[in-house]
Ligand binder design. Structure first.
Ligand code: LLP
Length: 419
């Protein structure tokens, strides 16, 4: 389900031609469809309609304030992992009462900031963090609502860099220690244990790992209620996989059909920290071909976007489909590497892929780039970060302008007495 569609050989985003937008803003740029964002949100919302739930949009997937604001307007809360993400969520108008704060290295100032803003809860990752939150909340004369992020030791069968619920992982409190930590939390005056949190990984293509881990999590919830703890929320994290190429990803209701029966009789509100499933296919990266280059063994298509704009192929060997924005009749398919201008051999957007022959100046669309695309981009090689454009029907909005060279050195200083 997305709004990037070819009509008579030309790629459209909703009702606008991608090539027209490229002419106005130059390349490279990220392009998002408002309708795809909202329809993905609604699909998740409806799929989990049988249980009380909050969709805490995972800000890290696509953190642009316009996108977070769009989600807030649909009724989403936010999953944040830093003071910066909390600031973004608040700027975007997210209800603090629907914000959960995750991350295993929260600082004292971040905790204080979140307490002042009255967020829904902290997802706590260690016993020392629990102590620090207690100390800060007590000092402020408030009770911090918390969930413990439990590590259920589940293999989500995804890329090792995005598997987070295995016992070897840095994340979460081992299930075997969770009861004891909850009892500590219950006794401490600055803490109010209200939830249980898990997040077992990302780009998970099957509901079985969720089912297996939620059996453990719901058992824990029952044991806690025997101890008299009022656990109101079960946060199942994010991680729902999506289609990048020709793999089959379960639809939101397929995940929900497997998961909801396990959660229904707990009486808890379910929190979902969905990122990729909402944002992934709602965005593309548009880049221009600079050169065709014939190496000794390989053909290269050199484009103006690079690993600093989209790092997923280099970092996770992720495959993002690519095709020319304007299809050319009878173009010969060639096996090529699509590479960027960065001075690293790891700078590629795709390797050994079949692409219709392209010429300098042609536009290429890199699909499924709405999640962890711009959000992970950098200024490496002093490349300016690209603009983000949001389309709604026939309108296109610049929701982040292209950076300038001045932006690159903003905040830097040459000490007066250095030379
Ligand atoms: N909740 C927590 C605690 C998380 O750590 C994450 C993602 C999410 C929710 C959202 O997960 P999603 O629904 O998007 O799968 N950069 C990687 C993905 C890293 C995911 C990190 N955590 C990539 O580009 O594949």
């Amino acid at each position: 389900m997305n709004d990037f569609i070819y009509k008579t050989g030309t790629l459209y985003c909703e009702e606008l031609r991608v090539s027209d937008i490229a002419e106005k803003v130059g390349t490279p740029f990220y392009l998002y469809s408002k309708n795809t964002f909202t329809s993905h949100f609604n699909a998740v919302d409806q799929a989990f309609g049988d249980v009380p739930h909050i969709i805490a949009y995972s800000v890290k997937a696509n953190s642009n304030v316009a996108i977070v604001s769009l989600m807030a307007h649909q009724g989403a809360g936010a999953d944040v992992v830093s003071g910066g993400e909390l600031f973004r969520a608040l700027q975007a108008g997210v209800d603090p009462g629907k914000i959960v704060f995750a991350g295993l290295g929260k600082t004292a100032s971040e905790i204080e900031y979140a307490l002042k803003e009255g967020i829904l809860m902290f997802n706590v990752e260690s016993s020392q963090e629990l102590m620090l939150i207690n100390e800060i909340a007590s000092g402020m004369g408030v009770e911090a609502p918390i969930a413990l992020r439990v590590n259920p030791d589940i293999d989500p069968q995804t890329h090792p860099y995005v598997a987070t619920g295995l016992k070897q992982s840095k994340f979460g409190i081992p299930l075997s220690q969770a009861m004891a930590e909850y009892e500590v939390a219950q006794r401490l005056p600055g803490l109010n244990p209200v939830g249980i949190h898990q997040h077992i990984g990302s780009q998970i293509m099957d509901s079985a790992p969720f089912e297996n881990s939620l059996v453990k999590i719901t058992n824990l919830a029952r044991s806690l209620s025997v101890l008299g703890m009022d656990i109101k929320y079960i946060n199942i994290g994010g991680g729902f996989g999506i289609q990048y190429t020709d793999e089959e990803a379960p639809a939101p209701d397929q995940f929900a059909n497997a998961i909801v029966p396990l959660l229904k009789d707990t009486g808890c509100t379910v929190i979902l920290e969905v990122g990729r499933m909402i944002a992934g296919n709602a965005g593309i990266l548009v880049t221009s071909v600079l050169f065709n280059k014939q190496g000794e063994e390989k053909k290269f298509v050199v484009v103006d976007a690079a690993m600093n704009d989209l790092i997923r192929p280099s970092l996770y060997q992720a495959i993002h489909q690519k095709s020319p924005v304007a299809e050319r009749d009878g173009a010969e398919e060639l096996k090529v590497d699509v590479v960027g201008p960065i001075c690293e051999s790891g700078d590629f957007l795709g390797q050994d892929l079949n692409l219709p022959e392209v010429q300098p100046g042609d536009l290429l669309a890199v699909f499924t780039a709405g999640a962890y695309g711009f959000a992970m981009s950098s200024n490496y090689n002093s490349r300016t970060r690209v603009p983000e454009i949001l389309v709604s029907g026939r309108k296109a909005y610049v929701i982040r302008r292209r950076e300038t060279f001045e932006d690159l050195i903003r905040g830097e200083a040459i000490p007066d007495d250095m030379l």
